[in-house]
Design a protein around this ligand. Structure first.
Ligand SMILES: [Zn+2]
Ligand SMILES: [Zn+2]
Ligand SMILES: [Zn+2]
Length: 258
């Protein structure tokens, strides 16, 4: 991090590379990018610049962020299904991974030397020489988790989340509909896919079950922490346990080119 505005080595590097004119609007924009040290989409950073009195056009902001990537001063990051790319400063000698909240979109960083060692060891046996990696963990942040403690509509459950079916709109027809699909109240299922106006795909009873968006809106579920199964009435209802053996078989396969 810099003490003063233009004493950071990155500015000298960018000037010598001919990217910015000294004290230009782009250079001031870069200073802000570096100091805020966050994960911006082009649009978000454009808004921040405008609020700070730097009236750069959107296209110039996009071009500037791409140039920073090409000059080794920024990373492009793509989080999950988000359409827009994000940009974050690339600090020399630093590495972190990301936690992404599916509820509020918040991004948090974490560093774990133990995890890095485990990852290196895991690929050693494959004869693969790793250069870089990205690790993104999707879930809910503590604040959103507190709010989600009660029952939520199935539509609001996150991909990869385990939930317990609480109720089905209080409607007999709805419950019969669930039963016909092999689902029942109290059952724990894993969300395999969920998107706006798309069917929710669940892993239940060892297989995939698709629920139309309309029916999914009527189903309320309770998020389950799979690390704590005290709330789960029956071990066999945890879908991941049913499929574990199948997964292990698949993972034993060796290195294959694609
Ligand atoms: Zn890492
Ligand atoms: Zn959140
Ligand atoms: Zn980051």
């Amino acid at each position: 991090m810099s003490n003063g505005k233009n004493d950071i080595p990155e500015i000298e590097f960018l000037r010598s590379a001919g990217l910015f004119e000294p004290y230009s609007m782009e250079e001031r924009a870069f200073n802000l990018f570096w100091e805020l040290d966050r994960h911006f989409t082009i649009e978000e950073f454009h808004r921040i610049l405008h609020r700070s009195g730097l009236q750069l056009p959107l296209e110039s902001v996009g071009a500037m962020l791409s140039d920073l990537v090409l000059h080794g001063l920024a990373h492009e990051v793509h989080f999950g299904r988000e359409k827009a790319l994000r940009y974050e400063p690339l600090h020399i000698g630093e590495h972190h991974d990301h936690l992404i909240c599916i509820s509020c979109g918040g991004i948090s960083e974490f560093e774990s030397p133990e995890l890095e060692t485990v990852q290196s060891k895991a690929v050693e046996g494959k004869g693969f020489r790793p250069f870089r990696h990205t690790l993104q963990i999707f879930g809910v942040c503590p604040e959103c988790d507190r709010k989600r403690d009660k029952a939520i509509p199935l539509m609001k459950a996150g991909v990869g989340e385990f939930v317990k079916i609480e109720s089905c709109g209080g409607d007999k027809a709805c419950i019969a509909h669930l039963a016909a699909m092999g689902l029942r109240e109290g059952q724990v299922v894993e969300v395999l896919s969920a998107g706006e106006d798309a069917p929710v795909i669940l892993l239940a009873g060892g297989g995939r079950v698709g629920i139309g968006a309309e029916l999914a809106e009527n189903i309320t579920v309770k998020p389950i922490d799979v690390r704590d199964t005290t709330g789960v009435d029956d071990d066999r209802t945890i879908p991941s346990q049913q499929c574990r053996r199948r997964r292990q078989r698949r993972h034993r396969k060796g290195w294959r080119k694609r």
